[in-house]
Design a protein around this ligand. Structure first.
Ligand code: PLP
Length: 305
């Protein structure tokens, strides 16, 4: 699978309708329920210095998400894997944000029955995306604890990666209007959940707690857990009350699109000394160092590109 002769893939390459195209030419019908009903699931894996990171974990989660929503990508796991490699190879990108998605598709004219819709698989590779840029990570992000409740897990299962971002976008506007960098939402019972594109962790007395329910089971969260095991740092998943977040020694965020990202302010309250704390700093450095060492890496063969 290759781009048409002469096509430029440096801004990104997509797989659409069985072929590779420059990202600017990847389109979706306005009639696709993925667009009009958020009837879609997706996953994002990154490529760092020419290698996929934890690719099988992302493929596992994508398969679970598709099964949960009764979506059929129409490709085997190996077929999906081949498409992802083809997108990255054709783009030539060494650091990339790679997304696979499956939409419900376009229903037959007049039909409202999801069983009769041909599902649609797409994928793309674009330059690496940071949910928080490096300058913000270096100084520690300013986090706002939103008063917008997270969409109920009983309505939209947050363990299935989804496009129901109405709550997140509302909360993000609130945060940005107040001068914060990003936001974290609580559930209807008032417990901390997650933010737009990341899981949240509190460090108190050297031990880490992250919410166990009401959140996406982040692949980066699994990396945090493994790094904690290696470093002998106690790590638990459980309920996280906003007060525990506000009074934590340190807070950090985790995402495929950015890694392990320290927080230094919450709602204008200084955490620690208002700089990234020692635990977050250590885990962040270790996370990228382990990438250099080939941890969970699957190299891409770029041929001559
Ligand atoms: N929570 C939400 C809502 C997300 O969208 C994401 C990632 O995009 C995460 C958490 C972090 O998951 P991962 O570490 O697998 O990227």
């Amino acid at each position: 699978m290759e781009l048409p002769d002469g096509a430029d893939g440096s801004a990104g390459v997509a797989y659409s309708d069985g072929a590779l195209v420059p990202i600017s030419q990847a389109t979706i019908s306005v009639l696709d329920w993925g667009f009009s009903h958020s009837d879609v699931t997706y996953d994002v894996v990154h490529v760092w210095k020419g290698a996929f990171f934890r690719l099988d974990d992302h493929l596992d989660r994508f398969e679970r998400s598709c099964a949960n929503l009764r979506l059929d990508p129409g490709l085997s796991r190996d077929g999906i894997r081949d498409v992802l490699f083809a997108c990255v190879r054709a783009s030539g990108l060494r650091d990339a944000y790679v997304e696979m998605l499956c939409t419900r598709g376009v229903p037959p004219p007049g039909s409202r029955d999801p069983r009769h819709v041909q599902n649609r698989f797409m994928a793309y590779a674009i330059p690496f995306v940071w949910v928080l840029d490096l300058a913000r990570q270096d100084r520690g992000a300013r986090l706002h604890l939103a008063d917008v409740p997270r969409i109920s897990a009983g309505s939209v299962d947050p363990t299935v990666k989804n496009f129901h971002w109405g709550d997140m976008t509302r909360a993000l506007f609130q945060a940005l209007d107040l001068g914060a960098d990003t936001t974290v939402l609580v559930d209807a019972d008032g417990y901390v959940t997650e933010g737009p594109g990341f899981n949240v962790f509190a460090v108190s007395d050297g031990a880490i707690v992250t919410p166990d329910t009401g959140v996406l089971e982040g692949v980066t969260r699994a990396s945090v857990r493994e790094l904690c095991e290696e470093a002998g740092i106690p790590f638990t998943m459980g309920k996280l009350h906003p007060q525990a977040l506000l009074s934590a020694d340190e807070v950090f965020l985790s995402s495929t699109a950015g890694g392990i990202m320290p927080v230094s302010y919450i709602n204008n309250r200084v955490l620690g000394v208002g700089r990234p704390g020692p635990v977050a700093t250590q885990l962040r450095a270790r996370y990228w160092q382990r990438h250099e060492e080939g941890w969970h890496a699957t190299p891409v063969d770029y041929g001559d590109a």
